[in-house]
Design a protein around this ligand. Structure first.
Ligand code: SF4
Length: 71
């Protein structure tokens, strides 16, 4: 399993991750992105996944540099 992190305080709300896959990324009530199905701690979303491909693509294109993939 790999771990995905989204540091929401750094999110610029650019929408690139949501455009990539709306089933994995969405905007929360504060208009910042969130990882669908994640747990939140101190405004950091954490999610365990098997397949990291889309998350790696999102990490590369994230303008806030706030998505991290730990394989
Ligand atoms: S790509 Fe990064 S900065 Fe843009 S909305 Fe998604 S998490 Fe936020």
């Amino acid at each position: 399993m790999a771990q995905i992190i989204l540091e929401r305080d750094e999110c610029t709300m650019c929408g690139h991750c949501v455009e990539l896959d709306e089933s994995l990324f969405t905007f929360d009530d504060d208009d910042r992105a969130t990882l669908v199905g994640s747990e939140r701690d101190d405004n950091v979303d954490e999610l365990e996944v098997e397949d990291t491909a889309i998350y790696e693509e999102a990490e590369e294109n994230c303008t806030g540099e706030c998505i991290e993939v730990y394989d």
